[in-house]
Design a protein around this ligand. Sequence first.
Ligand SMILES: *Cc1c(COP(=O)(O)O)cnc(C)c1O
Length: 381
Amino acid sequence: MAFRIPFNRPYIAGSEFKYMAQVAESRHFSGDGQFTKKCHALLESALGVPKVFLTTSCTHALEMSAILADVQEGDEVILPSFTFVSSVNAFVLRGARPVFVDVRPDTLNLDERLIEAAVTERTKAIVPVHYAGVGCEMDTIMDIANRHDIAVVEDNAHGLFGKYKGKYLGTFGAVATQSFHETKNFTCGEGGALLVNDADMIERAEILREKGTNRSRFFRGMVDKYTWVDVGSSWLPSELLAAFLYAQLEEAADIQARRQRIWTYYRENLGEWANQHGVQMPTVPDYCEQPYHMFYILLPSLEERTALIDHLKSRDILSVFHYLPLHLSDKGMAFGGKPGDCPVTEDVSDRLLRLPFYNDMTENDLEEVVAALQGFEDWRH
Ligand SMILES: *Cc1c(COP(=O)(O)O)cnc(C)c1O
């Protein structure tokens, strides 16, 4: 069902189809051609990352990360329960056991104060998810990881171009992952990237992504035969998708400015309403620069959230909630998860609501959403 004001509307920046036509004319459609290289160079120089690889999704970049972090059967991985399923599945696929740690009630990020108690001899990786693109407490997380010699894999699906204390998100861990799914700030429909900060992992990442072969080294003339050298899969996107994505990344400044305008409008126009009704607004610590991925609010109760979603729907506006606690899912409970394990996650997951947010949202769309929220009367207290 289409809503007059949808939750998300993928954006066309301008040159997407022109670049795709260039790929078509070049008769080179498979991966790692000129547009993939342009995306790599743009991201490497913008973020200051030693090596970037476009991937077919953030999920696949996470799967590569689990292999690069050498996660094996019986290892443990520390991550939030309040996240997308791929953050955990990538590690479970290698035979790891997820250890879910609760999130902070303010930023909804992995609570760094609870991590050390969850570390054991089997802990192989910590996976901070920068929720809404607001940085996790990376000083503390990196300190714990370094002291225990544990790899950090940043799930930065929300956080491209966000910063923590002046440093780009995705540049702290050994590796980090990005998503270019149509719900993210920059998209090619389905796509992602692996950012490799640990120089020792670059060569293996290249091999994994090329089906476990040394094909790339062969093409560079560094080896004289092209052969099977490791495990791997086909994690590189078609050049057609890279061309589409490049057109968006090129317009990063404009896209981010559009999103900043939307986020700021909500923040400025909902503050008083939120105070009046006990609605919690997003927390962005002053040392975090966020990339304006989403605008969420926390309602006082599940009942009020359900009623508000219906109220907005009656005005043809779609709002959505997300992240059912992973530790209480069927699969999470099979790993021993039970109610009460992550009380903050269980609470916020019932109360969080995401408002419509897309690059070409008009002033009028924004006014309508705010007016609809202000017109909600079914408060339960
Ligand atoms: C969107 C998202 C992913 C998965 O991204 P895909 O590109 O769809 O695989 C992973 N983690 C988080 C936190 C996400 O929001």
